[in-house]
Design a protein around this ligand. Structure first.
Ligand SMILES: CC(C)(COP(=O)(O)OP(=O)(O)OC[C@H]1O[C@@H](n2cnc3c(N)ncnc32)[C@H](O)[C@@H]1OP(=O)(O)O)[C@@H](O)C(=O)NCCC(=O)NCCS
Length: 452
């Protein structure tokens, strides 16, 4: 394997895509930090690790926006706060450079996330977005952007409680400024800005363990273009198999098979949202979308192309019976003679009425009907992902995904994603995994929210 291949493989592993091909691997346990060692997090309104929660709800609910300082937190000497105006080409460029060069640990930047303007217009400019929630830190003298954190507003439901919240994402600190306790400053500052708007809860995810995960689904990936993944070192060939065997095993049909499947259009929004809300009601943690948000996240707009792909199934009576979506976040490969990029698709939200006639989500017949339908829809999603030049398709074990992952040749990845709620305690939410971290087709997951 060449150095480049090794690097890409490391990078993909860090991105939690795993390297398959199919058998679950031993997961090294992260050394466990004790609560007293979380010098920052043990000052924050989050449940301590391993505490049993008996009552759900906000941890600190006494403050009002008037109790929150008007001024930003003091910033260390050589640095200053800034807002990133992603409408401005040069500021967007600063954000690309920071994230592309520092979001993952590839020392020579030989492989990069191919973040695009469209991607940020989609991810950071959802309805209700605020420029002052796109927070950066610059070096005073040079104006270089060295850190970023963002929030977008969302409405969350956790079991039967609905509340306003934000989603925190794209936290990044320049590699040379790591381990200097800048993260707590960024988190406190975004919290201050959000609290000023009378929002007191946040949803965020991380590969690392912090106090305290609400749920920890596992990544799974489905090779689409196996030979390319092999060429760039993403996947190996098992000793007892030939390349031809692997190509045959991962072959993707050339056409979709679900009757009535077509791209989602503006005219579908109302009906699809009704179907979606009904479907989502089965989960314990979901984002409730307004119509405007639904349209943004699934159809995009003139500034958002080739980022999110949404499809519906319309039956002969003209009803929307199913819906699915996925998004694209490719890599650029800088130093490979053959391949310049790697297309990566991520399963986003979906819904189906296949089990609506059963009131119990775990009814055996209902589950069989849903599994059959999801197998068909998701295998079409893979076909469509390939048509959009995606080389691998990723999903978590959240939602009802565990029902179809194995059927559709998704392999368990090396990565797990911890979901956290800030200033909200809740009992654990199922993650779609059995005790030995395999796909759990029985209990499935109660996480119904997808974070980018
Ligand atoms: C994640 C990142 C910002 C952490 O920076 P760092 O320089 O290692 O950490 P700092 O010295 O600034 O701060 C350390 C504190 O931040 C916490 N922390 C680290 N990563 C965190 C995360 N992803 N979310 C929340 N808190 C985090 C640590 O637990 C520690 O607090 P503690 O004493 O209570 O344990 C940095 O490693 C980075 O930019 N990584 C690449 C991008 C990335 O992975 N972003 C996170 C996506 S979830």
């Amino acid at each position: 394997m060449s150095d480049n291949q090794k690097k890409l493989q490391e990078l993909l592993q860090q991105l939690a895509l795993g390297q398959g091909p199919i058998k679950p691997r031993e997961i090294p346990e992260e050394p466990k930090k004790e609560m007293k060692d979380y010098k920052f997090w043990n000052t924050q309104p989050v449940p301590a690790l391993d505490t049993e929660i008996s009552e759900e709800g906000p941890i600190d609910s006494k403050k009002t926006p008037d109790d929150i300082p008007d001024e930003p937190l003091p910033m260390l000497g050589d640095f200053e706060w800034c807002e990133i105006d992603i409408q401005k080409e040069n500021e967007l460029e600063d954000l690309f450079v920071l994230l592309n060069e520092n979001y993952v640990e590839d020392k020579d930047s030989s492989f990069r996330f191919n973040y695009t303007k469209e991607f940020f217009n989609w991810a950071l400019k959802s309805p209700g977005w605020r420029k002052d929630w796109h927070v950066g830190v610059r070096v005073k003298k040079t104006n270089k952007l060295i850190a970023f954190i963002s929030a977008i507003p969302v409405n969350l439901r956790v079991r039967s409680n609905e509340f306003k919240s934000v989603e925190i994402n794209f936290l990044c600190i320049h590699k040379q400024l790591r381990a200097k306790r800048l993260t707590p400053v960024l988190i406190k500052e975004i919290t201050r800005r959000v609290n000023k708007c009378n929002i007191w809860q946040a949803l965020y995810t991380s590969g690392t363990i912090l106090p305290s995960p609400v749920s920890t689904p596992r990544y799974a990936h489905r090779p689409i273009n196996w030979s390319k993944l092999y060429d760039v070192g993403f996947t190996g060939c098992p000793i007892d198999k030939t390349k031809a065997d692997m190509l045959a095993y991962y072959a993707v049909p050339s056409v979709t098979k679900t009757a009535g499947l077509r791209a989602m259009e503006l005219r579908d929004v109302d009906a699809t949202l009704v179907l979606f809300n009904k479907y989502q009601s089965r989960f314990d943690m979901v984002q409730n979308f307004t119509k405007e948000e639904f349209q943004h996240w699934f159809l995009g707009n003139d500034e958002i192309h080739k980022v999110v792909f949404s499809y519906v199934v319309e039956n002969e009576e003209g009803e929307i019976t199913d819906f699915f979506s996925f998004y694209s976040l490719p890599f650029t490969i800088l130093e490979n003679a053959i391949h310049k990029d790697l297309g990566i698709g991520y399963l986003f939200y979906y819904a189906s009425n296949a089990d609506f006639e059963y009131t119990d989500r775990f009814d055996k017949e209902g589950t069989t009907a849903l599994r059959k339908r999801l197998d068909s829809l998701m295998s079409d999603a893979v076909v469509l992902a390939r048509s959009h030049k995606m080389d691998v398709f990723n999903a978590l074990t959240s939602q009802e995904n565990s029902l179809f992952l194995e059927d559709l040749k998704f392999g368990p990845g090396d990565g797990f994603l911890n979901f956290y709620l800030f200033n909200y305690k809740t009992m654990p939410i199922t993650d779609g995994l059995t005790e030995d971290k395999r796909f759990d087709t029985e209990k499935r997951s109660n996480v119904g929210v997808v974070m980018l």
